[in-house]
Design a protein. Structure first.
Ligand code: GUN
Length: 292
């Protein structure tokens, strides 16, 4: 049977519409809208493009947003001062420092300078700790988006064996922590596999739900999967493609054509997990505003 294609674009549009409606209600009932501040240090083209897309998304749902662009050689103290300004600004409910930061800046120190109540990325150790012990907190956007994709596509992870490939602080670890909680939309048995594994297929073969976040193009093939698996592909890898106008295209960590023959459901790249990250950032920022 043909695999269900999990449409992240459609699901993210639904969430953005919900956030827009809630923003209108907040404006009517309490007279303010959610505010999100972006800080972009340096001129990494991918980071510039992400921040532009996030700013545009804010505009579309009616948020107030500001983008602070700082040169690559900005001293760490100047960046910390900027974060403190936004911490103290009542129009700002969420602060996003786009990562990665230039090498001379201590990323952990910057993240820890953000007021945890405005940490809509969910990267502050207070939010990470709350996530691990199952308390209310801001949850990182891509992992929260993965959970929404599973729930809204009718693939509830409860009681399933979820295998997460990758252990990054942005995707792998928080995804595992979200899905193992004894909560609605979670309650899965979770295995985390990573580059330390001798043979990844030992783990992938046992997955009811596979979350691939290893950052290597088309590494996971259909032969490594169990019949009926649900595949969530977080990868977005640029590969050369002389047949396309740009000369390149994006592929996931999963080999889509072989995997879709085995899977019950699968996310495409692009149009799967990618659009969910911005939608969940908007949702977290709305929540930060509602919390005030
Ligand atoms: N760089 C790549 N992904 C992210 C993200 O989710 N948040 C921030 N702040 N930077 C990133």
């Amino acid at each position: 049977m043909a695999a269900q294609i999990i449409d992240g674009k459609k699901i993210s549009e639904d969430i953005r519409r919900e956030v827009k409606e809630a923003t209108q209600r907040l404006q009517t009932e309490r007279g303010f809208v959610p505010g999100l501040a972006f800080i972009l240090v340096g001129d990494n083209p991918a980071s510039q493009s992400y921040v532009r897309m996030k700013g545009k998304a804010c505009e579309e749902v009616g948020f107030y947003s500001v983008t602070e662009r700082m040169p690559a050689e900005t001293p760490q103290d100047s960046l910390l001062t900027k974060v403190h300004e936004f911490n103290a600004d009542p129009r700002i409910h969420g602060i996003l420092v786009q990562l990665p930061l230039p090498g001379h800046i201590d990323e952990h120190k910057v993240i820890e300078s953000i007021d945890p109540r405005k940490d809509v990325d969910g990267f502050h150790p207070i939010n990470v700790g709350r996530l691990v012990i199952g308390e209310q907190c801001f949850r990182p956007c891509t992992p929260a988006g993965i959970q929404e994709l599973l729930i809204r596509s009718g693939n509830d992870p409860a009681g399933k064996h979820v295998v997460v490939l990758g252990r990054s602080n942005i995707v792998g670890k928080p995804t595992a922590n979200i899905l193992l909680q004894k909560q609605l939309g979670a309650n899965a048995v979770v295995t985390v596999a990573h580059t330390g594994a001798k043979d990844l297929s030992l783990y992938t073969k046992t997955a009811d739900i596979l979350v691939a976040a290893i950052g290597k193009a088309e590494t996971i093939t259909g032969a490594m999967l169990k019949e009926g698996v649900v595949v969530i592909d977080v990868g977005s890898n640029r590969v050369d493609d002389p047949t396309s106008k740009s000369g390149y295209r994006f592929v996931g960590d999963v080999h889509f054509e072989s995997a879709r023959k085995v899977a019950k459901a699968i996310t495409p790249v692009p149009g799967g997990v990618g659009p969910m990250t911005i939608a969940m950032l908007l949702k977290n920022t709305l929540q930060a505003a509602l919390n005030t």
